[in-house]
Ligand binder design. Structure first.
Ligand code: ASP
Length: 355
C-alpha cells in the first residue's frame, strides 16, 4: 500500500514524481534511535518553503508517492528494487522525471538494480537521501531534494542517477564511501555526471548514457522473487580463507550465483582446492563473477599467475564495476528467462554504462 498526494497543477510534462521509500531523510527520533516515520509530503513542503523565493520558483511541480511502510534501507531486498522499478514504470508517461527518496545505506544497490531494470530509460530517475533527517536544522536533505528536483527536469539526462551533496553521479557506478560525511557517495571509476555550481545545476551531457547509447525504453522487469532469499551470495576473500569455507557457500544447492571480491587486479592465490571449488560451482551452472576489493581500478583476471586459475575456473570478470553493480547484475541476469551462455555474455557486456 502506498499513498499518492497531488500538489500543484502544472502540466504533466513538467511534473516530477517523488517516491518516498524511507531512510534517514524522513526519520524521526525514537527511544531506540532514528526510526522510519510518515508525513513526508509535509516535511518536503516545509523544507522547500524555507528556500529563497527565486530558488523555489525554479523547482518543478511534484506529486509525492509515499510507501505506507517506509523502511530503513538496510532492510531492503531485491523485492524492494523490483517494486520501485514497477512503480516508476507504471507512472512513466505521467511525469517528466522521478526523484526517489531512499536510505543511504543501500541507496547505491537500489540505484544499480534500477539501472538494469529500466534499460533504455528516456528520462531522469534521481535517487537521493540525507545524512540528517529533513526536519533537523541544517539538514543536508533540503539541498539534496532541491538538486534532485532540478536534475529530474533535465530532459537529456536519461538514466538512473544519484544527486547527493551537490554532485550528480551515475547510479550504477556509485558506492557509499562514508558513514557520516554529507558527500557520502562516489563513483570511483567514473567522472561526475553533473554538479551544482552556485545556483546552477550543470549536467555534463557527453558523460551521460543518452549521449553514449541510443535506444528506446526496453525495460526488463523480471521477477526477483525466486532470488530474494539469498540465492546470490557475495564473498569477500580474506588471507587464509579455506576451501571448505568457500565450499559451504558455493556447494549449497540454493546458491545460483556469487560475487567474489578478490585482491588487487583479480588475484586469489594458487590454492588448487579453492580453484576446484570454483570450477565445480561454475560447472554446475552457477554464475560466478569477480571484482576487486580495492575501491578503485579494474581487475584483469589472468594478469598474474595468482589470478589465472580463477579465470580458468569459469569466473567472469567484473572489470571496474562496483560490488553493487556486479551483484545486482547477477541478480538481474539470473532473474531473466535466458540461457546461462547468454547470461555470461551479457555480464561482460556494458548494458547501462556500468563497466
Ligand atoms: N540507516 C539509514 C538507511 O539507510 C541510513 C540513511 O538513510 O542515511 O535507511
Amino acid at each position: 500500500m502506498s499513498t499518492l498526494s497531488l500538489t500543484a497543477n502544472a502540466p504533466d510534462l513538467e511534473r516530477v514524481l517523488i517516491i518516498y521509500t524511507g531512510g534517514t531523510i524522513g526519520m524521526q527520533a525514537s527511544s531506540t534511535g532514528l526510526a522510519s516515520s510518515g508525513g513526508i509530503d509535509e516535511k518536503v513542503e516545509k523544507a522547500l518553503a524555507t528556500l529563497p523565493i527565486k530558488e523555489r520558483q525554479q523547482l518543478p511541480a511534484y506529486d509525492v508517492l509515499s510507501y505506507s511502510t517506509p523502511i530503513d534501507s538496510s532492510a531492503a531486498t531485491p523485492m524492494n528494487w523490483q517494486q520501485l522499478a514497477a512503480d516508476i514504470h507504471n507512472n512513466l508517461n505521467r511525469y517528466a522525471g522521478f526523484v526517489v527518496l531512499h536510505g543511504t545505506d543501500t541507496l547505491s544497490w537500489t540505484a544499480s538494480s534500477l539501472a538494469y531494470q529500466l534499460q533504455g530509460l528516456d528520462r531522469p530517475v534521481i535517487l537521493t537521501g540525507a545524512m540528517q533527517p529533513l526536519d533537523v536544522a541544517n539538514s543536508d536533505g533540503q539541498g539534496n531534494i532541491v538538486g534532485s528536483l532540478r536534475f529530474a527536469l533535465q530532459a537529456d539526462l536519461q538514466e538512473v542517477a544519484i544527486f547527493f551533496a551537490g554532485r550528480l553521479l551515475r547510479g550504477v557506478r556509485s558506492t557509499k564511501r562514508h558513514t557520516e560525511a554529507d558527500d557520502a557517495f562516489i563513483t570511483p571509476n567514473y567522472p561526475l555526471l553533473g554538479s551544482r555550481v552556485g545556483d546552477d545545476f550543470v549536467y555534463y551531457t557527453t558523460r551521460g548514457l543518452a549521449y553514449q547509447q541510443q535506444g528506446a525504453p526496453r525495460f526488463e522487469l523480471p521477477d526477483y522473487a525466486p532470488l530474494a532469499n539469498g540465492d546470490v551470495v557475495r564473498i569477500t576473500c580474506w588471507p587464509g580463507m579455506a576451501a571448505w569455507q568457500l565450499e559451504s557457500w558455493l556447494g549449497d544447492a540454493r546458491v545460483k550465483g556469487a560475487l567474489l571480491q578478490l585482491w588487487g587486479s583479480g588475484n586469489l592465490g594458487e590454492n588448487p582446492a579453492i580453484l576446484e571449488v570454483l570450477a565445480s560451482a561454475s560447472g554446475q551452472g552457477k554464475l560466478l563473477a569477480a571484482t576487486s576489493q580495492c575501491p578503485a581500478g579494474s581487475i584483469h583476471l589472468g594478469a598474474y599467475a595468482a589470478g589465472h586459475g580463477v579465470f580458468e575456473a569459469g569466473v567472469l570478470s567484473g572489470a571496474d564495476m562496483t560490488a553493487e553493480a556486479a551483484y545486482t547484475k547477477l541478480v538481474h541476469l539470473l532473474g531473466q528467462p535466458i540461457s546461462n551462455e547468454q547470461r555470461r555474455t551479457l555480464f561482460v557486456t556494458s548494458l547501462v554504462g556500468e563497466r
